[in-house]
Write a protein that binds this ligand. Structure first.
Ligand code: UDP
Length: 243
């Protein structure tokens, strides 16, 4: 049973459960999406995108806004961010010399991320890297096929990355695919994550706003999201009392 927040169903999983499930998906092939409030809002205007999100093998809530949204709607969700989940998956993958392909971000970023990931998760094999600014997917698909990854991290921004995964998943051998937004910039060290304490208290969004003020327009969608959730809650309450 998924927890629905404005039409997107989220899996309520602990980190350990999510990692176990991710490794199961890896064997048969499938994809994980990590929607935040901005992505949920995008999906309201794009039915195909919403279907792609809901059709994922695992949907995890990235962003404290989703946790609050679920709470307002009367459900609870564990927060498992995409970037942390990918790290835990790689930690386990490293034990068996698993293979990871990094696709996305500006030229050279995936290579820098690869170096850092190899140092952090000793044993991991970086099967290949490609930047995210390409016209034709075919040469990239060939490169990915030839490199036989267990995990394919796709960072093209939403909804491009989820759409790319969805339309190309059948052209690739079974592996776990994850759309992870700006994760490669973070793994490469070009962008800093909020300090642990900020993250723990749900202020990662504020840290991003301070360090990347140009995101203000994107972030202004958070109050819009919360307002829509409150309206949804009121609609449901009305239904319950039969008004
Ligand atoms: N990107 C890309 N190809 C594109 C558009 C974007 O590789 O055609 C990359 C961009 O360089 C960045 C990431 O996708 O590394 C998107 O980051 P964003 O900040 O939008 O993601 P968020 O973390 O907010 O989901």
């Amino acid at each position: 049973m998924r927890v629905s927040v404005l039409g997107v169903g989220f899996d309520n999983l602990t980190m350990d459960q999510a990692v176990d499930r991710a490794h199961g998906i890896m064997k048969k092939g499938g994809y994980i999406v990590t929607p935040n409030p901005e992505i949920v809002l995008m999906s309201r205007k794009d039915k195909d995108f919403k279907d792609i999100l809901n059709g994922a093998d695992m949907v995890i809530p990235d962003g404290i806004g989703i946790i609050y949204g679920a709470k307002i709607l009367g459900s609870s969700l564990n927060r498992v961010t995409g970037i942390d989940l990918a790290c835990e998956i790689m930690k386990r993958l490293a034990e068996k010399n698993g293979r990871v392909y990094l696709l996305g971000a500006k030229p050279k970023v995936a290579e820098a991320a690869a170096e850092n990931l190899k140092n952090t998760f000793s044993g991991i094999v970086i099967a290949g890297t490609s930047d995210g600014y390409f016209e034709d997917s075919e040469p990239i698909l060939k490169k990915i096929r030839d490199s036989r990854p267990d995990l394919l991290i796709v960072c093209l921004g939403a909804p491009k990355q989820e759409k790319w995964i969805h339309s190309n998943r059948d052209k690739l051998p079974p592996c776990l695919m994850m759309g992870l937004g700006g994760a490669l910039d973070i793994y490469a060290g070009n962008l800093k994550r909020a300090p642990e304490r900020w993250r723990k208290h749900g202020f990662e969004w504020l840290y991003r706003l301070i360090t990347q003020p140009s995101r203000i327009w994107r972030m202004l969608r958070l109050p819009v999201f919360l307002l829509l959730v409150i309206l949804e809650r009121l609609k449901e309450a009305k239904k319950t009392v039969g008004v």
